[in-house]
Design a protein. Sequence first.
Length: 439
Amino acid sequence: MEEQMSLGGVSLPQPLPARLRPQNIDEIVGQQHLLGPGKVLRRIIEQDMVSSMIFWGPPGVGKTTLAGVIANQTKAAFINFSAVTSGIKEIRTVMKEAEEHRRFGEKTIVFVDEIHRFNKAQQDAFLPFVEKGSIILIGATTENPSFEVNGALLSRCRVFVLKSLEEEDLLRLLRRALEDPRGFGGQEIVIEEDVLRLIAAFANGDARSALSTLEMAVLNGDLEGSVTTVSRESVEQCTSRKSLLYDKSGEEHYNLISALHKSMRNSDPDAAVYWLARMLEAGEDPLYVARRVTRFASEDVGLADPRALELAVAAYQACHFIGMPECAVHLSQAVIYLSLAPKSNAVDAAYMAARQDALSQLAEPVPLQIRNGVTKLMREVGYGKGYQYAHDFEDKLTDMQCLPDSLLGREYYRPTEQGLEGRFKERLAQIKAWKEQHK
């Protein structure tokens, strides 16, 4: 029987994601690294051997769904608990109920959605009950549990990492929604494969978003008789993405990231922000953009402005904590800063030159004087002999050789005069002059 909800006495169907929520493991899309045949989480669920665990992953990948499957397949009492609306008082009430179940030999599974929203005191309230086995705790979080979950509680839980769904996973889910009686199986829906792919691309690994978009598109499709036709235009209208949507693994994806990178390199903040907006509004993963921006901070700015890397990393962290659409402003700040920063590729060039020598001379031995003579035998054969501890010298400098003989005199880092790198260039010149004088 189709689930219903009431609004002013009128029964309305549940949203499509709720109607299609899987009832067993085989209906779950994706997460084959955990739920494939013989995989650990599948065995735990099928054998009803559930212990306290944390599901960590981005929104819409099946954390709550997995909890629901466990609720359906376990012999334990199942209590669904929200960290958003519950406090310590509610926790204690639930724990008292669980204690009653335990007295009668019944297990209780408590599912806590968004467990990272609980503060330390609230998380601590669970700890004694988890320790003595009154409850089996299953938490779901979009944040890294190493930082967001109490260490004592985390140490008593197994952490399972759920991955974003692949485009093919989402396509399979969308096709099921069109065929399943719980979805649109009782209706005649005409929708082309490329339109389904458009929805899957827009969802960006989020099953809930994919199903909600499909539902909006069907409800806004063209109805003729009993046939509903869903066009590309109706999907674009529902997502407000229109022609901005693009294949994240195709040519346009690389064209746009190239445009962003080269606009920043050319010190053009207006163009850089435009290409950033094109990517984000097309549904690109902000963490992907943040990673590329962080690379740029060292590749194209480097020591001309060392703060560029700090700002880029801070923008990445903000994207991780907040997500879209709010994190767009943090990325904009980083992109504009990097566009205006002085430019130097000296750090990148230094590594590439050193890499070429390293690859061609991988067998080159480390000079004895800079080896660590940690045992008597090592010291007897010369490890550390002739080592000069820079802090023991007045200028904090020595003329000790650190490169292999075959590379003696090789220069990899060639600083420019840009920004702060001019000061690094001056310092390097002073160091080289000192070493030449004290040979």
